[in-house]
Ligand binder design. Structure first.
Ligand code: GAR
Length: 197
């Protein structure tokens, strides 16, 4: 059974889907803690699913490295098998990546390496592409630059706003995230063997 710590910044809708998947006794992973870099709406899921939460507010630290040190200190006691970034809108400092890597994955609402960064949906729309996508990657020190573990195309439809497009991408992200964690648990995906980008 893989023990997961999941980090979020927002509503946590993808996390909710993952939590629902873990309610199935056959699913080989459990969320042991939920962490956030701010007072994220999704922290409520901790109460809803009886899972401990912690918050390490980025705004209270003088540097990303100091924030990362406290974040690592909060994650460490949970000894996660896998750290899942599910809408964490911050780059993890290298020290955190090296402590918990290579067992760190991230979901992204675009077909990487297209449209990395904090505005993957908006940037795809602004570029006028006819299709974008969703990706799950292994996290390295870069911005959405790690090896791709799973990805799928999602069409951009005429009249799409960032919100309607994101709403169509998210169900794909959820499916890919849940399947990727299953693949890691059963050894189909080997994070140690996945080459660095
Ligand atoms: C998801 O679409 C996730 O891929 C994205 O934030 C959303 C979180 O939604 N993350 C990034 O853009 C990271 N670069 P949620 O809080 O409702 O799950």
């Amino acid at each position: 059974m893989l023990e997961l710590v999941v980090l979020i910044s927002g509503a946590g809708s993808n996390l909710r889907a993952l939590l629902d998947a873990t309610l199935d006794a056959e699913y080989p992973a459990r969320v042991v803690a939920i962490g956030a870099d701010r007072d994220a709406e999704g922290l409520q899921l901790g109460e809803d699913y009886s899972i401990p939460t912690f918050t390490v507010p980025f705004s209270r630290f003088d540097s990303r490295a100091e924030w990362g040190r406290e974040l690592a200190a909060q994650i460490r006691p949970w000894t996660p098998d896998l750290l899942v970034l599910s809408g964490l809108m911050r780059l993890l400092p290298p020290a955190v990546v090296s402590e918990f890597g290579p067992a760190i994955i991230n979901t992204h609402p675009a077909y990487l390496p297209e449209f990395p960064g904090a505005h993957g949906v908006r940037d795809a729309l602004a570029a006028g592409v006819t299709e974008t996508g969703a990706s799950v990657i292994k996290v390295d020190d870069g911005v959405d630059s790690g090896p791709i573990l799973a990805q799928e195309r999602v069409p951009v439809l005429p009249g799409d706003s960032a919100s309607t497009l994101h709403d169509r991408i998210k169900p794909v992200e959820r499916r890919l995230l849940i399947q990727t964690i299953l693949d890691i648990a059963n050894g189909t995906t080997d994070l140690k063997g996945t080459p660095s980008a």
